[in-house]
Design a protein around this ligand. Structure first.
Ligand SMILES: [Zn+2]
Length: 405
């Protein structure tokens, strides 16, 4: 099947293409990106982009498929049955896709359920986003999300924990350098793994070509993680100038996850201990993100969807929060497409280029003037995954994906 997108704005992932450019999709691939004149006489399906914008499908570099926004994550993994969690995780992945996000990185799961969901979706058994997974987070004894993590102490045990994740077929390694919000009794400001443990974990992960995503909120933990050579700092709340400069120099990504704090501050039924921690992080988070952005650091979009009150499917709203903080619409969209693919090492996604997979998003209007055109999924006209239309709001009844592919 051939589909030609024509007569609208095309954002290629890094830049807006000159007016008059069309995009031809054949099968699951972007076959040709060229001026309109080249397609005179085209007799396949034509999708008019008049008054609309064509973007690469969005990429969310930080989600948790096993959670569905419940307020108590420990209770969720300890009380829900495994078979419930499997189906919910698959449903969550599909919700994310329907929300315009065509690739995701799961940054810590439970009992490798998300590994099975990844395999099912990536193999095409079920419709879903392209998924990469970290398996179990690796934390110190009693560390952040210890109730679902692989607890390890000392460099040698961290190395063993990394090898266990590799054995389970993960794509990346998640290390916990500090405390965090959703675990009762730990402080985001405290560093957890020390520099030697982080160094050992990163070295072992890189030895097997796995990137390292590092949960790091307190300043000492961020510094330890950056100097250990992690690929991305998740959250980065108390980022200071020294660590920021080091990240810019090394090309370390920052994954802000603004959605997560907002959802906990605004949500109902959020435990007091979480809300108190969020309140002391909120202003600091904004400072960190904006100073990193102004210093020229590499930002990607990450939402932490699945955490309390932070629902899968609303992931694109992170774009609005980024822009509200002072990031330009264009840079927010680069973070959510091209940069996300770069961090996830997706060599043929995140950009509208010939030979790339046809993961595309058509939105109403111009998101560079009004980011809500991309951040509010109700303004998404078409979500295309690997050349197949998943959501189509051009008619009054939106298509819904079915469980079976
Ligand atoms: Zn997370």
């Amino acid at each position: 099947m051939s589909v030609l997108f024509k007569d609208g704005l095309v954002f290629q992932g890094k830049k807006i293409l000159p007016s008059g450019f069309c995009v031809l999709v054949e099968g699951n691939v972007i076959k040709r990106v060229a001026p309109h004149a080249e397609f005179v006489g085209f007799d396949g399906e034509v999708i008019s982009l008049e008054g609309k914008t064509l973007l690469p499908g969005l990429i969310d570099c930080h989600v948790h498929l096993v959670f569905s926004g419940q307020s108590d994550l420990q209770a969720t993994v300890s009380t829900l049955k495994q078979h419930d969690l499997v189906l919910r995780s698959l449903y969550n992945a599909q919700q994310i896709l329907e929300g315009g996000v065509t690739s995701i990185r799961d940054c810590a799961g439970h009992d490798y359920i998300e590994v099975a969901v990844r395999d099912a979706c990536n193999a095409g058994l079920f419709k879903g986003p392209t998924i990469k997974v970290a398996g179990k987070a690796i934390c110190m004894t009693g560390g952040h999300i210890h109730f679902m993590a692989r607890q390890a102490d000392g460099p040698q045990e961290v190395i063993k924990a990394v090898r266990e994740q590799v054995l389970h077929g993960v794509d990346l390694i998640k290390l916990m350098a500090t405390g965090g919000v959703v675990t009762e009794g730990v402080n985001p400001e405290d560093s957890h793994f020390d520099d030697q443990e982080l160094l050992a974990g990163v070295k072992e992960a890189h030895r097997f070509q796995k990137t390292v995503a590092c949960h790091a909120q307190g300043a000492d933990g961020i510094r330890n993680a950056v100097l250990a050579g992690v690929d991305s700092i998740e959250h980065g709340i108390f980022l200071n100038d020294d660590s920021m400069n080091e990240m810019v120099k090394r090309g370390t990504f920052l994954v802000p996850t603004i959605c997560a704090l907002k959802a906990m501050l605004d949500g109902d039924e959020i435990p007091d201990y979480m809300r108190e921690k969020c309140a002391r992080l909120e202003d600091r988070q904004k400072e960190a993100i904006i100073s990193f952005y102004k210093a020229g650091g590499k930002l990607v979009m990450g939402t932490d969807s699945g955490t309390p009150g932070n629902h899968h499917g609303d992931n694109a709203q992170e774009l609005q929060f980024m822009v509200d903080m002072g990031i330009s619409s264009e840079d927010a969209l680069i973070a959510a497409t091209f940069n996300g693919a770069d961090l996830m090492r997706l060599k043929d996604r995140g950009s509208i280029q010939e030979g790339y997979k046809a993961d595309l998003l058509v939105v109403d209007g111009n998101p560079f003037n009004d980011i809500s055109k991309a951040s509010d999924k109700n303004n998404h006209q078409i979500v295309m995954k690997d050349g197949g239309i998943i959501v189509d709001r051009r008619t009054s009844i939106a298509h819904k994906i079915s469980l079976a592919a």
